[in-house]
Design a protein around this ligand. Structure first.
Ligand code: HEM
Length: 455
């Protein structure tokens, strides 16, 4: 049974089973080395609630739709968002991800209008334009041999995110390629077990990249603020907004927020779109069906409405994110003692949200290892809320989920209409898990223009 608050005598309850590992380090190294086998062996041994000691703290893993509901409902009541020491140093202190309570609620309110699906009608045209230019380049490059999807997707998605958030990038003062490379180095530091900023460590390099990224954004924000530019970008909104006393957001907060959005809106989408392309290559029948859906579209125009009318592609994207959730997990910290599943959840303990394990829970997902997009279309497979959580849930649900779905749909739909692809034989089939789950090879494909593409 589940009680959401600490009203009962929770101190009498047992702690969840589990192991703690070494002093100080706990089981951090085992977790970072192989997060999936770490989770799978413990699930098999201890069940859906177990404890460990990671990244400097006792950490309880809770698995399944019911556990997810309990975690998302607990925000601000018995738990709150928590990031590892490395992530806290790498993110801007006043960004949405690091603020809590009322400040978090107000900031979401401020940003929400930009991220509603209906607000994105004007985004489709630039999205199509940028994607077309990149795919034309892909086609030329593919004539010379196998194409690595992930790095090309990074360039495409980064340009889309930059245009969406900043309006344009002419005055960025640095090339998008170089800026994107710095983000890549920055991401490399997110999971440092010991966040020491020494120049030869991954975390040290990430902190140096952070310095360069913040430098670029500080100059840009200062310039845009001075110019009083008025466009539809998220940056302009952040600069225009005033509180009840007529005060603007501090410039440092605007910088923190744009930095967070560039990161959150970039690497996740690179990963998920690349993995959709991977799954469609692995399953030619699913790719053929997705292409037939494109060919059957009444109009070749992309609009918010036409993009919504692609049920198979939507199901493929969802199934791909079920099997490989782009964000492997998120942490919360208990602010009150509480109870879940008959166990004590002590104040101060970290709680881990686990999308991958939830996406394999047998009650919700029969034959969980099978790539079966149909399960998102079959009514018989209706699942409890929070069984599928690639975008999280509750007050911290992904702010950019509609934008991400739109972006992924446009990119893959355009690819399907004009091309066919297969995986290049002989490449390393394995996936890295941390920091984000991608094929180590970068997903090498043979990309061919269709001979009978639909008009
Ligand atoms: C497929 C792509 C994406 C995936 C899988 C994804 C996933 C997630 C997840 C799981 C969370 C919740 C983390 C938690 O519970 O602590 C989250 C939060 C967030 N996402 Fe996304 N995301 C994606 C794309 C985007 C995009 C395109 C943007 C913006 C342009 C964005 C902005 C954010 C922000 C700002 C938060 C923090 C929300 C808060 O703390 O209130 N994400 N995302």
């Amino acid at each position: 049974m589940v009680t959401p608050s600490a009203s009962g005598p929770t101190h009498e309850l047992p702690l969840p089973p589990g192991t703690r590992g070494l002093p100080v380090l706990g089981e951090t190294l085992e977790f970072l080395r192989s997060p999936h086998s770490f989770a799978d062996t413990r699930l098999a041994r201890f069940g859906k609630v177990y404890q460990s000691h990671l990244l400097g703290k006792p950490t309880i893993f809770l698995i399944g739709a019911e556990a997810n509901r309990w975690i998302f409902a607990g925000e601000g009541r018995y738990l709150e968002n928590e990031w590892s020491p490395a992530i806290r140093k790498l993110l801007g202190k006043t960004s949405l991800s690091l603020i809590t309570g009322e400040a978090h609620k107000q900031r979401r309110k401020l940003l929400a209008p930009h991220f509603k699906r209906t607000a994105m009608a004007g985004t489709v045209t630039p999205l199509v334009r940028i994607t077309r230019a990149h795919l034309d380049r892909w086609a030329r490059e593919a004539e010379r041999g196998p194409l690595a999807v992930v790095p090309r997707m990074r360039a495409l998605v980064f340009e889309i995110a930059a245009i969406y958030l900043l309006g344009d990038t002419d005055d960025l003062g640095v090339g998008l390629d170089e800026f994107s490379r710095d983000f890549d180095t920055w991401v490399g530091g997110l999971f440092a077990a010991v966040p020491l900023a020494l120049p030869f460590t991954r975390f040290g390099r990430a902190m140096q990249a952070r310095g360069r990224i913040f430098g670029v954004l500080e100059r840009l924000v200062e310039k845009r603020d001075r110019e009083g530019r008025d466009d539809d970008s998220v940056l302009s909104t952040l600069l225009r907004v005033r509180d009840e006393e007529g005060r603007p957001l501090p410039r440092a907060t605007v910088v923190d927020e744009i930095h967070l959005l560039l990161f959150a809106g970039h690497d996740t989408t690179v990963t998920s779109t690349s993995n959709i392309i991977y799954h469609l290559a692995m399953h030619p029948e699913a790719q053929a069906r997705a292409r037939a859906e494109q060919d059957a579209m009444v109009s070749s125009e992309y609009t918010l409405e036409s993009l919504r009318a692609m049920p198979w592609l939507d199901a493929v994207a969802k199934e791909s994110m079920r099997l490989i959730p782009p964000i492997g997990g998120a942490f919360r910290v208990m602010t009150e003692d509480a109870e879940f599943g008959g166990y004590r959840m002590p104040r101060g303990y970290r709680v881990a949200v686990g999308p991958r394990a939830a996406h394999r829970e047998a009650e919700s997902w029969p034959d969980p290892d099978l790539f079966d997009p149909e399960r998102f279309l079959r009514e018989a497979d209706a699942r409890p809320p929070f069984a599928w959580i690639p975008f999280g849930g509750g007050p911290r649900v992904c702010l950019g989920q509609h934008f991400a779905m739109l972006e992924m749909t446009v990119v893959v739909a355009m690819l399907l209409r004009e091309f066919e692809w297969t995986l290049t034989p002989g490449q390393d089939p394995s996936f890295q898990i941390i920091p984000l789950p991608r094929q180590r090879s970068g997903t090498l494909i043979e990309l061919r223009r269709r001979t009978h593409a639909a008009p």
